[in-house]
Design a protein around this ligand. Structure first.
Ligand SMILES: [Mg+2]
Length: 309
């Protein structure tokens, strides 16, 4: 392990199984999975590109989807995707004795959708809630934005960050507890990659980049993070993913297929989804995170003894 304040390793792979095996061997390192540069350089591109991105984000956010759904449809949808705020007991029972891992989308989930993407700030109350949450559970932010940008909004070093839809991942900063020289770390990465000839490694100043050629999405990011945390084949892991966007559906699908944990869709409108539960808007997300999950920890003595240090 190294001092994460100074070092980033960018990892990208050519298929998911390759990726997860590589991830296992690199566990404990700072790992950044880098997609193509244009995605990472979103902030430096022209206004038209940003506007297009905002339009796309808005279009995919259910609160902006024009729908002819009647309240009858909404009621019927809610029956199938009940509010997570009302499901505390069910959630508690389902996750009893399991390690909960939290995955949170950013735009439209932790922050409101706004006209200017540079002003999609999360509230101090939401930040405090997420900080508290991360004390109880491993917590990751999974966003379509580049990682640095989403970090500049959230500003919590104790979280995992998966930017660019999960192509760019970084673990929490842990200070210099496990100091290792950069050259040793670089050598460790090279050694692991010798077994993965399809991965292409490039090196910059304290940055190692391993480029992917595969389709990558938030579902794969979720799998990668679970593997990195050591829960790849665990029967007692309970991932919870909260997101509002169609790109979050890949993560909801992975969770459903694993048969572990559940997804929560943030939406005011009925929508086809692989999520199990729903929340209407960011204000309900903060209520859910701040009340249900904190309460969960306080109420669940077994959980505290087993998982909370
Ligand atoms: Mg979103």
């Amino acid at each position: 392990m190294t001092n994460q304040k100074n070092v980033a390793i960018k990892v990208a792979v050519s298929n998911s199984s390759l990726f997860t095996r590589a991830a296992k061997k690199l566990r404990g390192s700072v790992i950044t999975i880098s997609k193509k540069k244009p995605l990472q350089n979103l902030d430096n591109n022209g206004g038209s590109r940003i506007n297009g991105w905002v339009d796309s984000m808005r279009a995919s956010s259910p609160s902006h989807i024009k729908s002819s759904a009647h309240s009858e449809d909404l009621n019927s949808w809610i029956v199938h995707h009940p509010s997570a705020l009302d499901m505390f007991e069910e959630i508690t029972n389902a996750s009893k004795g399991k390690q909960i891992v939290m995955f949170l989308d950013y735009d439209g989930t932790l922050s409101p959708i706004v006209d200017d993407p540079d002003r999609a700030f999360m509230s101090d109350a939401m930040r405090a809630t997420v900080r508290k949450l991360a004390r109880y559970f491993p917590t990751a932010i999974v966003s379509g934005r580049c990682r640095d940008k989403v970090y500049s909004f959230v500003r919590l070093a104790e979280l995992y960050y998966a930017g660019s839809h999960g192509m760019d991942i970084k673990g929490p900063s842990k200070g210099s507890k496990h100091k290792k020289k950069w050259s040793e770390l670089a050598q460790q990465v090279r050694t692991v990659l010798k077994e993965y000839p399809k991965l292409r490694l490039t090196q910059g100043r304290k940055v190692l980049e391993i480029r992917p050629t595969i389709k990558w999405d938030k579902g794969k990011a979720l799998e990668f993070l679970l593997e990195s945390l050591g829960y790849a084949n665990c029967t007692n892991v309970f991932p919870v993913y909260i997101g509002d966007d169609r790109t979050d559906e890949d993560a909801f699908k992975v969770i459903r297929e694993r048969g572990q944990g559940f997804g929560i869709l943030v939406s005011k409108m009925p929508k086809d989804t692989n999520a199990t539960y729903s929340l209407q808007e960011p204000s309900e997300v903060i209520k859910n995170l701040g009340t249900n999950w904190s309460l969960y920890n306080l109420c669940n003595k077994d959980y505290k003894e087993k998982f909370v240090t």
